[in-house]
Design a protein around this ligand. Sequence first.
Ligand code: B12
Ligand code: SF4
Ligand code: SF4
Length: 399
Amino acid sequence: MTNQTQGLDSSMRKRGKLKPWLREAARQLGFELCGIAPASLPELDRARYLSWLERGFQGEMKYMEREQRLDLRLLLPSVRSVICAGMVYNTPHPKSVECPDPARGWISRYGWGEDYHLVLRERLEKLLEGLRQAAGPPFEAKICVDTAPLLERAVAQAAGVGWIGKNTCLIREKAGSWFLLGEILTSLEIEPDEPAPDRCGTCRRCIDACPTAAIVEPYVLDATRCISYFTIELRGSIPEAFRPAVGRHLFGCDICQDVCPWNSKAPVTLLPEFQPRPIQAVDEQRQSGEESAVPSTPVPSTFNPPLEWLASLSEEEFRRTFRRSPIQRARYRGMLRNAAVAMGNSRLEKFRPLLEKLAEHPDAMVQEHARWALEQLGANATSAPLQPKNAGAPASGLD
Ligand code: B12
Ligand code: SF4
Ligand code: SF4
């Protein structure tokens, strides 16, 4: 924030200028989007969330069952307003649907760089610091980024930041959906913004493109079918029926956003935090001339990396490479599991030695996925790789 915005006088609130100040301060801190929501959630969102839980769509994500999500006062008893901020993480790199090479794996766009929880929180702390100076009398506040029990998209929609699309992502005209959300709950009374209207219209591209038919109805996502859930949240085995449809995804999935027309001209960020990170572990190995099963092709970054690179990382290299990265969440064994599935789906014989090695891994889950992958090579070694669309997934709930 510049000195100009920091040095606001304490009568700012009375003059009704707090909101424009907030938007400008947020923008200077890198939040392209900012809006104010009232402290209570719309009734419809509450009902939809409860119905989602009743249908068991949270799967193993037990943290989703904490009903504090319905009452912001349980997070901050004095809450009167929520400042919702969105930060674009899109970069000029191609989309997953434009990168068909089966020998490379897809790490979802938000996973290329720094952990967004840290990036957003650090900046929200600065915003709050500025707000304390600008708003006058002391007030209470709490910062949330993703992990707090809060329905972030419902709150952001109420704050006019965007609308919840049929793919369940928050979308905004011109900005698309490649942005992440963070909030400041505050005891300050700030005039709320108008909720953003739904602009999905008759489009259903995301529903049709989802490889696992996880968007079971427009605006309703069964997380237990979503590749993002399988590759990041699930700690155990990926259900066999879904493995072919997981394709070459290593961490998360971007397909339902890649195909969204509102993302066709989405803005990009220059923030270094969101750019793909170089794969240092491999570079270091190369420089030191260490023998390893790393690929012979160049491995510049986390953008669309060769599968054998990930499958060859030691646990220590994994930790070093993904320090301060959201990929840590999937854990080492989870990423090996995902790499095995992707290598199996590639049907490429060149992965056989690596898969045989993973089939001997001390972790039983990694072993089992590697054995499954070897069967895929054996079953149809000469055929073309599976296409992502509904490949081998159980019947869709949409038909
Ligand atoms: C659990 C979770 C997941 C789960 C479940 C996702 C889900 N859709 O529920 C999994 C692991 C699958 C996941 C995946 C992803 N996630 Co996530 N995730 C969350 C988390 C922690 C909670 C989401 C939640 O509350 N789900 C519960 C359901 C009920 O909520 P909902 O889907 O928003 O449901 C609303 C609407 O669908 C609507 N609705 C329901 N029925 C109906 C019917 C009609 C007719 C209408 C109009 C509306 C409607 O009302 C519901 C309540 O408001 C949030 C952070 C947070 N604390 O909120 C991040 C969050 C939603 N995730 C985020 C991201 C980036 C992703 C991924 C893109 C990551 C990736 N590339 O893999 C994918 C996107 C997948 C997708 N299509 O949603 C961002 C989304 C940013 C944005 N612009 O929307 C969030 C907000 C994190 C953040 N702080 O930025 N995620
Ligand atoms: S599997 Fe991929 S396309 Fe389908 S809902 Fe999940 S993130 Fe979207
Ligand atoms: S692809 Fe179409 S239906 Fe899906 S979220 Fe985007 S605009 Fe809405």
